[in-house]
Design a protein around this ligand. Structure first.
Ligand code: NAD
Length: 485
C-alpha cells in the first residue's frame, strides 16, 4: 500500500484539491526541530466563498439521501481510516509533536468516532407528542441546519475533525472545515480519505489558512447556517460575535483548568500516574488537561513528593522516538508557557520540578514537566489556562473546601475526583460546576459515547456521543388536526 499523500499547498473544495486563489502558501513546522514539514494553502475570503458555495450546492442532494446511505458512506470512510491508521498517526504525531503512540491512539479514536456516527445516522428520530384529543397528531422531525462551519485548534486535530465532521454529515449537513494553520495535516489526510470513500464533492470541504483570514472569513460568512468552534476562550468570544451578526447557532468548545482532587483515602498507586499523565499527555496541551492538583492536607507532602518524582521521570523526545512527552507545538506556544513560569516565583509560587526549557538536543520547543507549589487562587498560574506541562498544587481540608476550590475557576470542563468513598465522590460530583466528572480515573476511559460537555467559560457543547448528532440538527414541530371523514 502506498503512503497516504496530502497534496502540497492544496485545499479540498468541491471534491478537488486546489491552491489558494489569492494568497499563496504557508509552511507547517515540525515542533521537534523547527524545520518545514509541508506547505499548505493560505486560504482567504475567495477560497471560503468557493467552499461555502460548493457546500450550499451539495446540501440539498446530501440532505435528501437516505440516512442509511449516508451511514454507509461514513462506514466506508471509517474503514479507510482504519486501513490508514499508521499514516494518520504519523501526520498527527509529527505535526503536533506528540509521541507516535499518542498519534496512533488519536487516529484510532477518530476512526471509532466516524464508525459510531456511521451507525447512528439512521437512528436519529423525532418524538411523537401527546395530544388533547384523538383528533390531533403532533410530532417532531430532526432536520439538518445546512452548511456547517467547523473551525478547529491544533492540539488534537485528527480526532476533533472526526468528532465534528462525522455527526454533521451523518445528520445531513454539508461542512466547510478550517483546521488550525499550526497543525492541519491530520484533518487534510482525513478529508482525502473521505473523498476516497465516495463522500460526494462539496459535502466535506477544507479551507486551510490563518485565523485572521480564512477563520474570520468562514465564521462571518453569510452563507453558513451553523458554527462549531473549538479553540481558546478569547477566540470563542469573537466567533460568537460573528455568529450574532448572521444570527446562526454556535457551538463552542473552549479552554479548561481541570482539577484532580485527591482525598486522603484515594488509591495513590492508581491516582499518581494518572495525575502525571493528565498534565504531560500531549505536553499538557489538552483542553481537559489536569492542570490543578487539589490535595487533602494530611497527604499533601506524600502526594507532592510522588507527583514530583513522576514528573521528573517523564521521558522527553521527538515524535518518532515515541517516548512519554514531546515538545510544545510552536515557538509561540513555548514562549507563552515560559512566560507563565518566569512570572510564577514573583507571585509567590515555588518551583518544585522543572520550571524552564528542557535540556533536549536539537531545536525542538521542549519545556520540562513542571510542578508549582505554594500557589493560591490569586495567581495567574492557577487562574489561566497555560496549555503546557505545568501543574499547580493546592491543599484543602474536607469535602466542602475541596468543592470550593474545584469551583474557584472561570472554566468548567472536567473535574476528576480520587477517593474510596462513593458518597463523598458523588457529593463532590453533584456540586462541581463542570461539564464532565470522572471518579477514580482521569477522563472517561471505559465509557462509550461519553458526552463531551462543558460549562462556564469552557463553552457549551454536548459533543462526543449520540447527543452530538442532535447538536447538528434542528427539530421541526408538526401539529396536525385530523378532519372528520
Ligand atoms: P485558537 O482559538 O487560537 O484557534 C482555534 C482556531 O480558530 C484556529 O483554526 C484558528 O486559526 C482560528 N481562529 C483564530 N482567530 C480566529 C477568529 N478571530 N475568527 C475565527 N477563527 C479564528 O486556539 P488554539 O491555540 O488553536 O487551540 C488551543 C485552545 O483550544 C485551548 O484554549 C484549548 O483549551 C482549546 N481546545 C478546546 C477543546 C474543547 O473541546 N473544549 C479541545 C481542544 C482544544
Amino acid at each position: 500500500m502506498s503512503a497516504l499523500d496530502i497534496p502540497v499547498a492544496r485545499q479540498l473544495i468541491d471534491g478537488a484539491w486546489v491552491p489558494a486563489r489569492d494568497q499563496g502558501e504557508l509552511p507547517v513546522l515540525d515542533p521537534a526541530n523547527s524545520k518545514v514539514i509541508q506547505q499548505i494553502a493560505r486560504g482567504g475570503q475567495a477560497d471560503v466563498d468557493a467552499a461555502v458555495a460548493a457546500a450550499r450546492r451539495a446540501f440539498p442532494g446530501w440532505a435528501a439521501t437516505s440516512p442509511s446511505e449516508r451511514g454507509a458512506l461514513l462506514g466506508r470512510w471509517a474503514a479507510l481510516v482504519l486501513e490508514r491508521v499508521e499514516d494518520l498517526a504519523r501526520y498527527e504525531a509529527r505535526d503536533v509533536g506528540k509521541p507516535l503512540s499518542g498519534g496512533r491512539l488519536n487516529a484510532y479514536i477518530a476512526q471509532g468516532i466516524i464508525a459510531y456516527f456511521a451507525g447512528a445516522a439512521d437512528k436519529l428520530t423525532g418524538v411523537t407528542l401527546p395530544t388533547r384529543s384523538p383528533d390531533y397528531l403532533g410530532f417532531t422531525i430532526p432536520e439538518p441546519f445546512g452548511v456547517c462551519a467547523v473551525t478547529l485548534p491544533w492540539n488534537v486535530p485528527t480526532l476533533l475533525s472526526a468528532a465534528n465532521v462525522a455527526p454533521a454529515l451523518a445528520a445531513g449537513n454539508t461542512v466547510v472545515l478550517k483546521p488550525s494553520e499550526v497543525a492541519p495535516l491530520g484533518p487534510l489526510a482525513l478529508a482525502e480519505l473521505a473523498r476516497e470513500a465516495g463522500i460526494p464533492p462539496g459535502v466535506f470541504n477544507v479551507v486551510t489558512g490563518l485565523g485572521a483570514e480564512a477563520g474570520v472569513a468562514l465564521t462571518s460568512h453569510p452563507g453558513i447556517d451553523h458554527i462549531s468552534f473549538v479553540g481558546s476562550t478569547a477566540t470563542g468570544r469573537a466567533v460568537m460575535r460573528a455568529a450574532a451578526d448572521n444570527l446562526v447557532p454556535v457551538k463552542l468548545e473552549l479552554g479548561g483548568k481541570s482539577p484532580n482532587v485527591v482525598f486522603a483515602d484515594a488509591d495513590l498507586d492508581v491516582a499518581i500516574p494518572a495525575i502525571v499523565g493528565s498534565i504531560t499527555e500531549n505536553a499538557g496541551q489538552n483542553c481537559y488537561a489536569g492542570s490543578r492538583l487539589l490535595v487533602e492536607e494530611s497527604i499533601r507532602a506524600e502526594v507532592t513528593e510522588r507527583v514530583v518524582a513522576g514528573m521528573q521521570a517523564v521521558r522527553l523526545g521527538t515524535w518518532d522516538q515515541d517516548l512519554d512527552m514531546g515538545p510544545l507545538v510552536s515557538r509561540e506556544q513555548r514562549e507563552r508557557v515560559l512566560g507563565f513560569l518566569e512570572g510564577a516565583p514573583g507571585e509567590g509560587a515555588r518551583v518544585v520540578a522543572g520550571g524552564a526549557e528542557a535540556e533536549v538536543p536539537d531545536e525542538g520547543w521542549f519545556v520540562a514537566p513542571t510542578v508549582l507549589d505554594g500557589v493560591d487562587r490569586g495567581m495567574r498560574v492557577v487562574r489561566e489556562e497555560i496549555f503546557g506541562p505545568v501543574l499547580a498544587i493546592q491543599g484543602f481540608s474536607g469535602t466542602a473546601q475541596a468543592v470550593e476550590l474545584m469551583n474557584d475557576t472561570d472554566f468548567g470542563l472536567l473535574a476528576c475526583i480520587w477517593t474510596d468513598d462513593v458518597s463523598r465522590a458523588l457529593h463532590a460530583a453533584k456540586q462541581v460546576r463542570s461539564g464532565q466528572v470522572a471518579v477514580n480515573q482521569f477522563h472517561d476511559a471505559g465509557v462509550i459515547g461519553f458526552p463531551f460537555n462543558m460549562q462556564k467559560d469552557s463553552g457549551f457543547s454536548a459533543g462526543g456521543g449520540y447527543a452530538a448528532l442532535r447538536e447538528y440538527t434542528q427539530e421541526k414541530a408538526v401539529a396536525v388536526r385530523l378532519l372528520a371523514r
